[in-house]
Design a protein around this ligand. Structure first.
Ligand code: PGA
Length: 234
């Protein structure tokens, strides 16, 4: 049975109180066995930096099989970079980091060089980068493509077509699978996951595809019940 990644992306949502309520709800659903036991599934939740410490203690308190991730990383190590959160700081709380999400490319002008620097910082700090691309050609801009690049077997690629993000109109599983298979040919030993309007209703249609190793739900991860249903169905 293949390992399936379910990676929730909270984007810029939730306060501390809302986070506490989300974890209470997930833990109740698990205790009541209303959701599967997460077997063969790596469940990751990428929260805003301000919620990392709280989320970490709630995961410990409820002994939840959820691993924490973040949604960005500084392209630099520690130093005089006002406002940045670096890889060493992230590694205290999280194991995964989303890099190059289309919203960061669009609203924060993230270019290929910055994205490559961020991947290198993540790898140097033993974090797993989840590198988002919206089209196949973007794979060629990644320095980890080089066989000699350090950590090139420790990354995840997320295929997220622009039209599907937050639109309620996902790609078809067949098309997403065909792009995932093309990505896998370019960058070996790298799981490819799909993101863009994933819900509990369509989750399995993507994870069931041969070249797709998981899903990246955004909006649907904000609701504990819906996220639990995604984990169960995926
Ligand atoms: P969505 O977001 O599930 O709300 O479409 C996915 C993403 O942006 O990663």
């Amino acid at each position: 049975m293949k390992k399936v990644f379910i990676i929730g992306n909270w984007k810029s949502y939730k306060t501390s109180l809302e986070t506490t309520m989300w974890f209470q709800e997930i833990s109740n659903l698990l205790a009541g066995r209303q959701v599967s036991n997460f077997e063969n599934k790596e469940v990751v939740l990428c929260v805003p930096f301000t919620l990392l410490s709280l989320a970490k203690s709630l995961i410990e308190q409820y002994t939840l099989p959820i691993t924490l991730g973040v949604q960005d990383i500084s392209p630099f190590g520690e130093g005089k970079y006002t406002g940045e959160i670096n890889g060493k700081q992230i590694a205290e709380f999280a194991k995964y980091v989303i890099i190059g999400h289309s919203e960061r490319r669009k609203y924060f002008d993230e270019n290929e060089e910055i994205i490559n620097q961020k991947i290198e910082q993540a790898v140097a700090n033993k974090l797993t980068p989840i590198v988002c691309i919206s089209e196949l050609a973007q794979v060629d801009t990644l320095r980890v493509m080089s066989p000699s690049a350090p950590g090139n077997d420790g990354i995840i690629i997320a295929y997220e077509p622009l039209f599907a993000i937050g639109s309620g109109t996902p790609d078809t599983p067949e098309n997403a699978d065909s792009v995932a298979s093309d990505i896998a040919k370019k960058i070996e030993n790298t799981p490819v996951i799909y993101g863009g309007s994933v819900t509990s209703q369509n989750a399995h249609s993507f994870t069931n595809m041969p070249s797709i190793s998981g899903i990246l739900p955004g909006g649907a991860s904000l609701d504990a019940q819906e996220f639990a249903a995604i984990v169960t169905n995926a």
